[in-house]
Design a protein around this ligand. Structure first.
Ligand code: NBP
Length: 481
């Protein structure tokens, strides 16, 4: 019998996806550029299911039933192009090449267009959940043609995570749509982690709580509306003690956050589309600030507030509990903003590239398997399933109510952070966005006035139609242009 699917690229992700497929009863043909990985997979896990070890791309292709499905799990970038060039000539019209790597969606669009001309379906697929997700059930975001999803979808849905019996996999949209939403997913993940880190920092610095005490707080929060994978593992990381020094591990880890680039891609694309994703952008910049050792060293002696911290002192138990609750509400509100902005970007991208992405379906498949999995995504799904979906998630009834309850605590937290000199860029930018959208009038009017003054860029009036310019260097009368 022929294999149902082939996997090429058997590093950790490819090997785990191949095992996941085999464990679900599918015969999997496996191939890797260097044979040792194929051997290792067969030797250690060959008993888990039916594998067909292949030495060459030709062997892999020959081992597959038709239409052929080849899942590429190699390093993103040039290696992906190299592998596509190896396999494409061996395939026939109707066959599918699936890229499960972290490709940039514009590369996916290019590859899809080129392969479509050769009659091959190219399926750029976001896969989230890391190594463990790949093995036990990831969240899967396939793009590409609808036709390809008919042949591939059932297989992917089989190995995806399930929430309430619903697989965390759906057809996202044509060409680069799958990789696009995976990119924004990662951007949201950046924002979520930054907000969690700020909440921790405030409890630590303003209240003077220990990492273990803060772990207790996160464990408690994980039982409520914040319940999520990231909140859960925050408690675990904060509780970890370094074996070498006996200190909390979080105090020993160097405070420089690294990045692989998907957050940066998200913000670059948001700038192109003109979508304000300030929460994600601040998170990317916060990582970048943390890595600027030289800047930080140079600025270390700049003055801070004289009387920090501003939060309730150790004796004031009630006040301290109230502050912890304020931080929880600020975190939840800021999280709503960051997700709303990410979903705005998905809607804008979908319109720009002609994809018709269904945001409710996306929230559904992010409920499990992926890093941002959370109860909260069910609320987003519900918001988009309403008869008239909201223009922004902020005004969906449930979120509007949560923001209403949170807004005063949120202001207190941002004020406390500013007073105590604790940086909270994520909380602050989220609140500023909330207030900007709410504002009856924005000072953008003055910006337009300035632009007209120095560059004759003209302006519109709010009381009548037309385009106007004031003769700033003349008699300062207004003309219609
Ligand atoms: P890596 O990203 O470390 O890639 C290693 C694999 O690429 C090996 O199989 C290697 O073959 C192969 N490869 C390279 Br490098 N250049 C090649 C070439 N020119 N031709 C053929 N094969 C080549 O593997 P990974 O961490 O398993 O990730 C795979 C993909 O999944 C990446 O795109 C990654 O971004 C994405 N992803 C990773 C995660 C995660 O949590 N790690 C999550 C989601 C998505 P060799 O053995 O012969 O060197």
């Amino acid at each position: 019998t022929k294999a149902r699917i082939g996997v090429t690229g058997l590093a950790v992700m490819g090997a785990n996806l191949a095992r996941n497929l085999a464990r679900h009863g599918h015969t999997v043909a496996v191939h890797n550029r260097s044979r040792y990985r194929t051997d290792a997979l067969l030797k250690e896990y060959g008993h888990e299911g039916e594998f067909v070890a292949c030495d060459t791309p030709e062997e892999l292709v020959a081992a597959l039933e038709r239409p052929r499905r080849v899942l590429i799990m190699v390093k993103a970038g040039a290696p992906t192009d190299a592998v596509i060039e190896e396999f494409a000539p061996l395939l026939e019209p109707g066959d599918m090449l699936v890229d499960g790597g972290n490709a940039h969606f514009l590369d996916t669009r290019r590859r899809e267009a080129a392969l479509r001309e050769r009659g091959i379906h190219f399926v750029g697929t976001g896969v989230s959940g890391g190594e463990e997700g790949a093995l036990l059930g990831p969240s899967i975001m396939p793009g590409g043609s609808r036709e390809s999803y008919e042949a591939l979808g059932p297989l992917l849905e089989d190995i995806a995570a399930k929430v309430d019996g619903v697989p965390c996999c759906t057809h996202i949209g044509p060409d680069g749509a799958g990789h696009f939403v995976k990119m924004v997913h990662n951007g949201i993940e950046y924002a979520d982690m930054q907000l969690i880190a700020e909440a921790y920092d405030l409890l630590r610095q303003a209240l003077g709580m220990s990492p273990a005490e803060i772990a207790d707080v996160f464990e408690e929060w994980n039982r409520g509306e914040l319940s999520s994978y990231l909140i859960e593992i925050t408690a675990e990381v904060l509780r970890q003690v370094d074996a070498a020094t006996g200190r909390p591990l979080v105090d020993v880890i160097a405070d420089r956050a690294e990045q692989k680039g998907t957050g940066r891609w998200t913000v670059q694309n948001a700038l192109e589309l003109g979508v304000p994703v300030s929460g994600i952008a601040e998170a990317v910049f916060a990582r970048s600030v943390s890595g600027h050792t030289e800047l930080r060293r140079a600025a270390r002696d700049l003055p801070g507030p004289a009387d920090a911290p501003q939060a309730p002192p150790a004796g004031d138990r009630e006040g301290r509990a109230e502050f912890v609750e304020d931080v929880r509400r600020a975190l939840y509100a800021s999280k709503i903003i960051a997700y709303a902005q990410g979903f705005d970007q998905i809607r804008a991208g979908s319109a720009e590239y002609g994809w018709d992405v269904d945001p409710g379906a996306l929230a559904t498949i992010w409920r499990g398997g992926c890093i941002i999995r959370a109860v909260f995504l069910d609320r987003i799904r519900e918001a988009y399933e309403q008869e008239s979906p909201p223009v922004t998630l902020l005004t969906a009834p449930l979120f509007a109510e949560a923001l209403g309850l949170a807004q005063e605590p949120w202001r207190r937290v941002v004020a406390t952070a500013a007073g105590a000199g604790v940086p909270a860029p994520g909380f602050s930018t989220a609140l500023a966005y909330y207030d900007s959208l709410r504002a009856g009038r924005l000072p953008a009017a003055l910006v337009q006035g300035l632009r007209d003054f120095f560059g004759a860029h003209t302006y519109q009036r709010s009381d009548r139609e037309g385009t106007f310019h004031t003769l700033w260097s003349g008699d300062r009368t207004e003309i219609e242009v």
